[in-house]
Design a protein around this ligand. Structure first.
Ligand SMILES: [Fe+2]
Length: 285
C-alpha cells in the first residue's frame, strides 16, 4: 500500500491514506517524510496503534524526548505524554490539562527544540455530534514569505529569546511547578527569528509572543512590540489550518514551520485524551 495524499485546501495540512500498523520500508518512509515536509501538518485517519507502534513510528523521525513534566508520562511508556482533561478517582488530572492554550511551537525553550510532535487521538469530546477541542495550525513559511521587505530586513540575523515559563497558563493550571533543578535545565535560549528548515532549506518565522521575552541586542519595548507584530502576522486567517479531530487520528506537525493552538471549548463530562510523542530536533539556524 502506497501513501495517498489529500490536501486540506487550507494554508497547510493534508490527509495521508496509509495504515501505520504495517511495516514501513525506507523508501515508503522517505515518501511519507516528503509529504510531511511539503504539507507541514499531516493526519493519518482511522489508525489503531499500540503504544509500542506509536513510539516506533515516531522514532523513525529521530530520538524521542521525555517531557519535562514527569507526572503525566504514560506508565511504562515514558516517551508518551498524556494530554487530557480526565481526572482519576482521586480527582487528579491524568494528563496535561492545559496544553497549548496559547500559540506556540513545542519545546522552543530547548537548545534543540522539537522537530515534530505526533498526537494520537484516543478520546475526542463532542457536542451534538460535532467534535470539540480543535487544534489550529499556522503555516510560518507562508507567513515569512508574506512579510513586507522592510520587516524581513529588520529581522534578518536577529535572535529571539525563548523562555519556558513565559507562556501563560490557565489561572487554575494543575501543571506541577518545575523544581529549581528543572528550571536550571531550561535556561533562556536565543533562536533565529527566521529559521532555515534543516531538511528543505525553506525559511520560516520562529517567534511567538507567548514564549519569547525579547530580542537580542534590541531594547525591550521595541522587541516586545516587534514580537507581538510578528505573532499577530503569523496567525492571520490565510495562514491557518484548523484540524477537527476524530478518534484514531495520528496527527503530526512540523515545529520548525508551524505554530499551533489548542481550542478549549469542552469540559467534563466531555472527555479528551491524546497520546503525544515528541521528536527532538536540531539546533535552529
Ligand atoms: Fe503544543
Amino acid at each position: 500500500m502506497r501513501p495517498s495524499v489529500t490536501k486540506s485546501g487550507a494554508a497547510c495540512g493534508a490527509e495521508i491514506g496509509f495504515d501505520l500498523a504495517q511495516d514501513i520500508d525506507d523508501p515508503t518512509f522517505r515518501e511519507i517524510e516528503c509529504i510531511f515536509h511539503d504539507n507541514i501538518v499531516v493526519v493519518f485517519r482511522g489508525q489503531q496503534l499500540s503504544n509500542e507502534r506509536h513510539i516506533e513510528f515516531s522514532s523513525r523521525f529521530g530520538e524521542l524526548e521525555i517531557h519535562i513534566v514527569k507526572k503525566y508520562l504514560l506508565p511504562g511508556f515514558p516517551q508518551i505524554l498524556l494530554i487530557s482533561n480526565i481526572r482519576n478517582e482521586a480527582g487528579e488530572h491524568i494528563g496535561l490539562a492545559d496544553a497549548g492554550f496559547t500559540w506556540h511551537t513545542d519545546t522552543s525553550y530547548r537548545r534543540r527544540p522539537s522537530r515534530c510532535s505526533l498526537l494520537y487521538a484516543k478520546e475526542v469530546p463532542h457536542r451534538d455530534g460535532v467534535p470539540l477541542g480543535d487544534t489550529v495550525f499556522a503555516n510560518t513559511i507562508a507567513a515569512y514569505e508574506a512579510l513586507p521587505e522592510p520587516t524581513k530586513r529588520r529581522i534578518e540575523g536577529r535572535k529571539a529569546i525563548h523562555r519556558y515559563s513565559a507562556r501563560r497558563r490557565v489561572a487554575d493550571s494543575p501543571r506541577p511547578k518545575l523544581t529549581a533543578e528543572q528550571l536550571s535545565e531550561t535556561p533562556d535560549i536565543a533562536h533565529p527569528i527566521v529559521r532555515t528548515h534543516p531538511y528543505t532549506g525553506r525559511k520560516s518565522l520562529y517567534v511567538t509572543a507567548g514564549e519569547c521575552i525579547g530580542i537580542e541586542g534590541m531594547p525591550e519595548d521595541e522587541a516586545v512590540d516587534l514580537i507581538a507584530e510578528l505573532d499577530a502576522h503569523c496567525v492571520r486567517p490565510e495562514f491557518l489550518y484548523r484540524h477537527k479531530w476524530q478518534v484514531g487520528d495520528l496527527l503530526m506537525w512540523d515545529n520548525a514551520t508551524a505554530m499551533h493552538l489548542a481550542i478549549c471549548d469542552y469540559a467534563l463530562p466531555q472527555r479528551r485524551l491524546m497520546h503525544r510523542t515528541t521528536v527532538i530536533g536540531t539546533v535552529p539556524f
